[in-house]
Design a protein around this ligand. Structure first.
Ligand code: ADP
Ligand code: ZN
Ligand code: ZN
Length: 755
């Protein structure tokens, strides 16, 4: 029996970020576990506050008489999983900084009141022959939605309702009328136990090729070794071009590990989680698989976690937060497209899903599988060093040849008098595709309509009054700030010099679309960017319209290059390949290489050979050259040499200390004190420690907050943790200092995005 509990109070003051001791009343004795969410009286007025149990000390550290009692248990922790979560939170706090309460809230998502669980499945009632007849009828009558449902159910006879309405975009009234017509049945069950066997379809069992089998067997034998307590690398990197069968490898591994009574977490960036991929998982795991996405409500998310907690599902698919699914006994974590920036959490604690996955895997004796067509420099570096296993998939089981890539030098184009956005090689190929009714994709390596407005007489740039960034011109003549949302009408006269020559540099997708429409009035064009995909499901609508060949050209930003498979596309044009190289960011080349390689992989996925044109003003840049040659190893070697020379990750570690304040004075004052403290540490230390800054951040002001950043580089991560601890201690001590009012310090280890 525990008499006392240590509680972290849910309050966002740094000074209170340590456990407080409470007595456990006898009525709550057997309800409390590590991780339990409780209510306690706090402070002089005994205000009711919430908090988490993080420990059970043997004795109290103060007078028995002054100790207060826990008032109530709000959510009981049932098992070992919460214990692991508390340990994980402590690990995250130490590794990434910030308070224990933010770490706890990250790993122990609040538990909402759970609705009685409902499970809706759609089941085909017709025989295959009848369904095919019905399908032919629907196609003749142009009942597109009905035809889509039938096609899909012909592939898998029983599917989750949400998959069909959500990912396939079928209105529920269509399903209702099909149910009335006796074509299908919507089953609603509250019990979730659906035997998997029923759903597994025999005819799609694939024979893995040699490379796939090597990867699957390798990972499984490491898994077995781990269970026997042997020391083996538990992380594997699967490097395979798109379409080389990585997903098949994940499924095979998960299937085998789930059969042994363990659970699986599958991370996929939301943007590349396609209907086809989901269907493959449903085929194998039936209703024992569940999907998380950002469109689920808090209640729905909480339901998914509850199902996991009760052991009703074995596999969860979702974005980085799915890592915290409270499974009892995780056997495998898969991170697909592991190089994606979306795996980095950009608010405190600023964790990377890869690192947290490793920590979780080692707590559960699970294996971690990373996969990518363009592995992050980090993961490939570890694979090369032998920390991770490396498996390579080199061929496409379904055939298809690599596309033919051409680099178009835009400087040369200009010299020859071509001022258009399309180079001659791209124009020629585009017109050729249009005449042959083949599809093309045009990718602009830049977001939105980000043309800024400047004066050609005096050079004045229209800036946001609250942020240190240029305003961008939107259609309809509004100037918008992308950082704070500030808006104002466009100006006709320069506010600086009164000149009329003030205008926008227009180079966004919107404007390219206009130009294309003018030039090719008959072509059907779809545009996909931040502006056209704000509505719920609009993203998938555009993709499925393009897949259904309702357009000849798909024009868009990054979104169009991530993981979507359009077999009919035979041309990929990359407009302006260099813009992302300019940002002062040590990962710019890596990012560009990945984007270009992925974009090039989009063309020629079907039977016909594909062409790729990369337009650039920097044709000699190594990221462009290696991407055109589809040479990952070449790029890796050159980029790693650069990182090594400049002490960047993955060779060294780097900590960004991000300092912000409401007044510039306070920000600079705190910067000075932090630098002083760190100088002191650097002097007293034998190990190398390199300090850079503080300097104004890339965006030096956002929403009237001044921002500075200081970088610390070191070979050892632990040294950086010491620096973080020292800065945190300094901030705590300075809490009463008037000059530090309204200041904030955050930590970003091995940053992915520049601050
Ligand atoms: P990736 O995840 O690397 O893009 P997938 O696993 O999606 O690759 O495989 C691409 C295509 O090849 C899919 O249509 C898949 O069904 C098929 N495929 C994968 N492995 C095999 C195999 N061993 N035999 C036949 N087809 C396969
Ligand atoms: Zn001017
Ligand atoms: Zn602004």
């Amino acid at each position: 029996m525990h008499r006392y509990a240590e509680i972290i109070i849910d309050i966002s003051k740094g000074r209170l970020d340590h456990p407080f001791t409470y007595r456990i009343p006898s009525g709550l004795q057997d309800k409390l576990r590590l991780g339990s969410f409780v209510q306690v009286p706090f402070g002089r007025g005994n205000t009711p506050r919430k908090g988490y149990v993080v420990g059970f000390p043997g004795r109290a550290d103060m007078d028995e008489g002054r100790i207060k009692e826990i008032a109530a248990v709000l959510a009981a922790a049932e098992a070992d999983d919460e214990y692991k979560a508390v340990r994980l939170a402590a690990w995250m706090k130490r590794r990434y900084g910030g308070t224990m309460i933010t770490a706890l809230k990250t790993v122990l998502p609040a538990r909402k009141h759970v609705q009685p669980l409902q499970n809706k499945q759609v089941r085909l009632l017709l025989t295959k022959e009848e369904a095919l007849r019905q399908l032919a009828f629907c196609q003749k009558k142009h009942q597109v939605a009905r035809a889509r449902v039938l096609e899909s159910l012909l592939a898998v006879r029983e599917q989750p309702y949400s998959l069909i309405t959500g990912k396939l975009h079928i209105p529920s009234k269509t399903l209702l009328s099909m149910e009335k017509a006796g074509i299908l049945k919507v089953d609603v069950t509250t019990s979730l136990r659906n035997p998997v066997g029923e759903l597994t379809v025999g005819n799609d069992i694939l024979i893995l090729n040699d490379e796939q089998r090597t990867a699957v067997n390798g990972v499984l034998s490491d898994f077995t070794a781990l269970q026997e307590g042997r020391k083996v690398p538990f992380t594997s990197l699967i490097y395979g071009i798109t379409g080389s069968g990585k997903t098949q490898v994940y499924i095979s591994i998960i299937e085998r590990i789930v059969k042994q009574g363990r659970q699986a977490i599958m991370l996929i960036p939301e943007i590349s989680l396609t209907y086809q991929t989901l269907l493959r998982f449903y085929r194998h795991f039936g209703s024992r698989v569940s999907v998380m996405n950002s469109q689920l409500s808090e209640g729905e998310k909480s339901d998914q976690f509850e199902r996991a907690r009760r052991g009703e599902i074995d596999v969860i698919i979702g974005p980085r937060s799915s890592l915290f699914t409270p499974f009892q006994n995780i056997g495998v974590i898969v991170i697909d497209e592991e190089h994606e920036a979306s795996y980095k959490n950009e608010s405190m604690p600023k964790y990377h899903a890869r690192d947290v996955a490793r920590a979780i895997a080692s707590m559960h004796r699970a294996v971690l599988v990373l996969g990518s067509a363009t592995p992050s420099l980090d993961s490939y570096y570890h694979a090369k060093r032998g920390d991770y296993r490396l498996y390579t998939l080199t061929s496409r089981p379904t055939g298809g040849v690599p596309a033919h890539v051409v680099i178009a030098d835009m400087r040369e184009e200009l010299r020859r008098g071509n001022k258009s956005i399309l180079s001659r090689p791209l124009r020629e190929k585009l017109e050729d595709r249009l005449s042959r009714n083949e599809q093309s994709m045009l990718f602009l390596n830049r977001r939105g309509y980000s043309g800024f407005v400047s004066c050609r007489s005096c050079g004045h740039v229209m800036k946001c009054p609250h942020c240190d960034v240029a305003l961008s011109l939107h259609r309809g003549g509004r100037l918008v700030c992308h950082y704070c949302g500030y808006e104002q009408p466009a100006v006709r006269i320069c506010p600086e010099c009164g000149s009329r020559y003030i205008a926008g540099f227009r180079a966004g997708t919107e404007q390219i679309e206009e130009a294309l429409r003018k030039e090719y009035p008959k072509a059907r064009i779809l545009r996909m960017d931040a502006d056209t995909t704000t509505g719920k499901g609009s993203f998938e609508k555009i993709l499925s319209a393009f897949a259904n060949e309702e357009a000849d050209i798909l024009l868009g930003t990054q979104m169009i290059v991530k993981g979507h498979d359009f077999p009919k596309v035979t041309l990929m044009g990359i407009l302006l390949a260099d813009l992302s190289l300019y940002s002062n960011d040590y990962r710019a080349a890596e990012r560009t290489f990945q984007l270009l390689t992925q974009a090039a992989g989009r063309a020629g996925r079907g039977e016909r050979e594909g062409d790729v044109v990369i337009q650039t003003y920097e044709p000699e840049h190594y990221a462009v050259q290696y991407a055109a040659a589809q040479d990952y190893a070449g790029f890796y070697n050159e980029e790693l040499a650069y990182r090594k020379a400049l002490l960047y990750p993955p060779v060294h570690h780097m900590l960004a200390v991000q300092i912000s304040a409401k007044t510039d004075d306070h920000a600079q004052y705190l910067c000075g004190r932090i630098r002083e403290k760190l100088d002191h540490i650097a002097e007293n230390r034998a190990t190398g420690l390199l300090l850079i800054g503080p300097a104004p951040a890339r965006v030096s002001r956002i929403k009237d907050t001044y921002r500075y950043v200081l970088y610390i580089k070191s070979e050892k991560y632990a040294t950086l943790i010491d620096c973080k601890d020292a800065v945190e201690a300094l901030c705590l001590a300075a809490a009463e200092d008037k000059m530090c009012a309204d200041t904030m310090v955050q930590f970003d280890f091995d940053p992915v995005n520049p601050y």
